[in-house]
Design a protein around this ligand. Structure first.
Ligand code: BGC
Length: 403
């Protein structure tokens, strides 16, 4: 079915909080240690990427990858309101330099779920000054780092921020059933994307966009759309598609499909806050249906809804204890990308979530998304066969011939 075009980016994605370790000034750290939250364990040292990024980047390059999407941490860069840390920014410059030295295009996420504690104390995503504070943070960070960045992502999965914190209660501040709070948070985050994105472009002149959580919603005959969390999520995505018409790219992040029948949700649906699911041949450790075809559907949707904004696949992945299942999933997802390319859709990357087995938010270290296992005592990295398989695909710029 053809090869990936020259310049196509093959890499992995990760966020700061989930891998760096010791992110003590963030609201998530506080949340992990507060009584009564659904968190099963704290993030602690995570994968110690804060100190081990060079070795990780060298390993990515050795495997054959040519891109890395990683997050910079607002709580480190602006530890108190208006107080910026030169040392934290210097740290991220070193990470960027390391990417460049190893031939990896750095794709930088400015916000991935976590907030500095001082900002959560002011109301977090509901604080009326949220967008202005995000704009200033983007301006400072892009000013210091922008010359080394290949692509800038403003906000990761903005749809889930209001939903997780105000409807499902699985993220700080842990409210449930507050749909009004969810929409107010969504409004602030939309504005933050608009202002933050403009600040990054003004400082750094790099292609900038938002990375959206796009599950593939499938309605069967007789089904009527309702207020299932994943449907609320999709309504927020629609508003971001509008903004993304003016962006340089849109990030597509898809893991599964969600089916609805006349009686409501059908088939596997994740129950957030309920802990690790039992993995079967058809489902993942998160209880999601194994359905890599979802990626093609969401790429086509994003392309159509944004009126042809170029697409980066910024996350695609599977939580599984079985690495051969991961290879099967990634191969099928990448075939979807090839089909979209053949149909004339401009897709520029496939970034697997995630390089390392890492901190999966309230589920802790139970789910294993990584192509590389991490020894939780020594932090030693152990690449799984999927890491080598993916590196070979990247080198060949093509998938193996179907057996
Ligand atoms: C998020 C990641 C998360 C991953 C797997 C995405 O929604 O951006 O932070 O770890 O999915 O659940």
């Amino acid at each position: 079915m053809g090869a990936f075009p020259a310049g196509f980016l093959f890499g992995t994605a990760q966020s700061a909080h989930q891998v760096e370790g010791g992110n003590v000034n963030s609201d998530w750290w506080a949340w992990e240690h507060a009584p009564g939250t659904p968190c099963v364990e704290p993030s602690g040292d995570a994968c110690d990427v804060y100190h081990r990024y060079r070795d990780d980047i060298a390993l990515m390059a050795e495997l054959g990858l040519n891109a890395l999407r990683f997050g910079i941490e607002w709580a480190r860069i602006e530890p108190e309101e208006g107080e910026f840390s030169r040392a934290a920014l210097d740290h991220y410059r070193r990470v960027l330099v390391s990417c460049r030295e190893h031939g990896l295009a750095p794709i930088v996420t400015f916000h991935h779920f976590t907030l500095p504690r001082w900002l959560q104390a002011r109301g977090g995503f509901l604080f009326e000054g949220f967008a202005a504070l995000f704009e200033r943070y983007c301006e400072r960070a892009a000013g210091a780092l922008g010359d080394l960045i290949a692509y800038a992502c403003t906000i990761n999965e903005p749809e889930g921020l209001g939903e997780g914190g105000f409807v499902l209660g699985v993220n700080p501040p842990g409210r449930t059933g507050d749909i009004d709070g969810m929409w107010r948070a969504a409004g602030n985050v939309l504005e933050a994307h608009r202002r933050g994105g403009a600040a990054i472009r003004a400082q750094a002149h790099v292609p900038t966009g938002v990375t959206l959580a796009l599950p593939d919603l499938q309605y069967e005959d007789g089904a009527t759309p309702g207020d299932h969390p994943v449907e609320l999520n999709a309504r927020v995505s629609e508003r971001f598609f509008e903004l993304a018409r003016d962006d340089d790219f849109v990030g597509v992040q898809t893991y599964t499909r969600n089916r609805f029948g006349p009686e409501g949700p059908r088939g596997p649906h994740v129950e957030w806050g309920k802990g690790l699911a039992h993995e079967t041949a058809q489902t993942t450790q998160l209880g999601q249906e194994v359905y890599p075809q979802a990626l093609g559907n969401t790429i086509r949707r994003a392309w159509q809804r944004t009126g042809g904004t170029p697409i980066l696949v910024t996350e695609s992945g599977i939580a599984t204890a079985f690495d051969e299942k991961r290879v099967g999933y990634v191969e099928a997802a990448m075939r979807e990308v090839l089909a979209c390319l053949a149909a004339g859709i401009e897709v520029r990357s496939y970034l697997y979530w995630s390089f390392l087995d890492n901190f999966e938010w309230s589920l802790g270290y139970g789910p294993t998304f990584g192509m590389v296992a991490v020894d939780r005592q020594t932090f030693a990295r152990h690449p799984k066969p999927s890491a080598h398989w993916f590196g070979e695909v990247a080198r060949a710029r093509a998938l193996p011939d179907p057996q």
